[in-house]
Design a protein around this ligand. Structure first.
Ligand SMILES: O=C(O)[C@@H](CO)OP(=O)(O)O
Ligand SMILES: [Mn+2]
Ligand SMILES: [Mn+2]
Length: 550
């Protein structure tokens, strides 16, 4: 148990709660073209930004523990940093180091997985997100593992490729598949049998999160494990054909299976195979991990369940200890703000809809699914619709707002945190028109929350975990707008490298801190900011708050 937080002598807390509102994927754009945050009708946000103390926070690259400042931010690293008030080297960086130093291959788990296939003359399978987005995975880690498998004499490797187009350009799958096929062909010249065996778009198969839509996992299981699905000779052919048939962008392409003879899948899993799920990020790894590991599974009927040795790239959940075997230790994120507030007896409320529910709970608490205190931690999930979000860009923003206002008015909670997914989830669809509606809906919700905070005599901190809606069009390295084949702006579905706002709306302020907030900080400063506004001193080692006390 942590020690209780110390009272901050410079600040007496307000009568009402501190409300931390995370606008997922809402940053300050670099280019006016495609900046839906700038273009949308958002009178409330505009007013708050003009009238309240405000600063910009870094939300990408090394400011959130990514390997370099060329890496965009994402929800995991963002909410980890916001929730624990410090920056830890994150999965992308830890795995990169483990691969580069060779530590990954010296570990017990790698050795066991390889020994297993050598002993049984069975197959080593790799399953994961097939891109270099560095949000969930990096294909360079896969390549290094494939080369090491070859070096260690593994005869047969099968790769199950989840197509991205969400952390990388929306129709870039062949830019990864074609060179990889050439890479495998070179290995096979030396007498090995290494193949891509199945795949599908990441928003259709396997990578569901927070129990939003288990049918995605069932569909993935069918093609990766059983080899049941539409058969193609190569992944290249599958992608081209499925694009033609559906018009879908990569993340939404249907599943496919590779077969040489049009009957037998090349990579169905068998007893004694080894399986590595090579994504390092946990939210979209936990369900497929459960499908492989659980003795009893209620979510879908697995049919034949081969007795495989399964390992993840990382431990995805520190409370569930899932998966049982993993290759790289996760960051040791401790002393989170939620845990400190529990130790101090502060009643907390966290809410979002399904798509981001784990962001304000599991990610916020350092990738732990349990509460720190059953009484003081109050979490609410509002079920997300299972629809393409460009068709419902308002998502559940009104319902989240209702819940937040009820929590404020109840007077039960000193600290309230929420996540509005719209800027991000709609941003990922690439639809500018839908994002404009999403931002308009958010603005109405922010106005309602601000009013409730004012009435309750509380403080509202508005910020974000990374950008997305602020960068809806592709630009080249010189900053010129890229056009698609029809001459329209090329749509961008991924996150951005942009900073995010930090607005402090404190209508009951007595002027204890300056209107000029600190500059040059990252989103890890939000924890200390909230803790100070609650009337406590930030714990040792926390990154500084944005407040300049007088
Ligand atoms: O949808 C996701 O999994 C990621 C993008 O890969 O987005 P976020 O980090 O905002 O959750
Ligand atoms: Mn996010
Ligand atoms: Mn996102």
């Amino acid at each position: 148990m942590l020690e209780a937080l110390k009272k901050n002598p410079k600040f007496t807390p307000r009568r009402g709660p501190v409300v931390l509102c995370i606008l997922d994927g809402v940053g300050f754009g670099k280019y006016a073209d495609g900046d839906a945050v700038l273009a949308a009708h958002t009178p409330e946000l505009d007013k708050l930004m003009k009238e309240c103390p405000m600063t910009r926070l870094k939300a990408h690259g090394t400011a959130v523990g990514m390997p370099s400042d060329d890496d965009m931010g994402n929800s995991e690293v963002g909410h980890n940093a916001i929730g624990c008030g410090r920056v830890f080297s994150q999965g992308a960086k830890l795995v990169e180091e483990a691969v580069e130093t060779g530590k990954l291959f010296e570990g017990e788990v790698w050795k066991k997985l390889v020994a297993n296939v050598k002993e049984h003359n069975s197959t080593l399978h790799f399953l994961g997100l097939f891109s270099d987005g560095n949000v969930h995975s990096n294909i360079s880690h896969l390549k290094a593992m494939v080369l090491e498998a070859k070096k260690e004499g593994v005869k047969r490797v099968r790769i199950h490729a989840l197509l991205d187009g969400r952390d990388v350009p929306e129709t870039s799958a062949l830019d990864y598949v074609d060179p990889f096929e050439a890479f495998l062909a070179d290995i096979n010249k030396e007498g090995f049998d290494y193949r891509i065996a199945s795949g599908g778009g990441r928003m259709v198969v396997t990578m569901d999160r927070y129990n939003a839509n288990w049918d995605m996992v069932r569909k993935g299981w069918e093609v990766h494990v059983h080899g049941n699905g539409d058969l193609y000779k190569t992944a290249h052919e599958a992608i081209e054909d499925l694009r033609k048939k559906t018009g879908a962008i990569d993340q939404d392409l249907p599943p496919f299976v590779i077969s040489d003879d049009g009957k037998t899948p090349v990579g169905a899993m068998k007893d004694h195979d080894s399986v590595i799920y090579f994504n390092f990020r946990g939210d979209r790894s936990l369900e497929i991990t459960k499908a492989f590991e659980a003795d009893k599974l209620d979510e879908f009927d697995r049919g034949f369940r081969p007795d495989v040795m399964y390992a993840g790239m990382m431990e995805y959940d520190g409370d569930l200890h899932a998966p049982k075997l993993y290759l790289v230790n996760p960051p040791e994120i401790d002393r989170t703000m939620d845990e400190y507030l529990c130790a101090t007896g502060v009643n907390q409320f966290a809410v979002s809809e399904t798509q981001k529910y784990g962001h304000v709970t599991y990610f916020f608490n350092g990738n732990r699914s349990d509460k720190f205190d059953d009484k003081l931690d109050n979490y609410m999930e509002i079920r997300s619709d299972v629809v393409p979000f460009e068709q419902r860009p308002w998502m559940k923003s009104a319902e989240i707002t209702d819940a937040v206002i009820e929590a404020i008015e109840s007077g039960k909670f000193r600290m309230i945190r929420l996540n509005f997914p719209n800027g991000d989830m709609v941003g990922h669809t690439g639809s500018m028109d839908a994002v404009l509606v999403a931002m308009g809906a958010l603005d109405l919700c922010v106005a309602r929350i601000a009013e409730a905070v004012r009435k309750a005599g509380g403080v509202l901190v508005i910020s974000a975990d990374h950008g997305n809606a602020d960068d809806m069009y592709e630009h080249d390295k010189k900053g010129n707008l890229k056009l698609d084949k029809n001459g329209a702006p090329a749509r961008k579905t991924s996150h951005s490298l942009n900073p995010v706002p930090c607005i402090v709306y404190d209508p009951a302020s007595k002027g204890e801190y300056s209107d000029e907030l600190k500059t040059g900080l990252g989103i890890s400063s939000l924890a200390a900011t909230c803790i100070e506004l609650l009337g406590y001193e930030a714990p040792e080692g926390y990154d500084p708050s944005v407040l300049n006390f007088k």
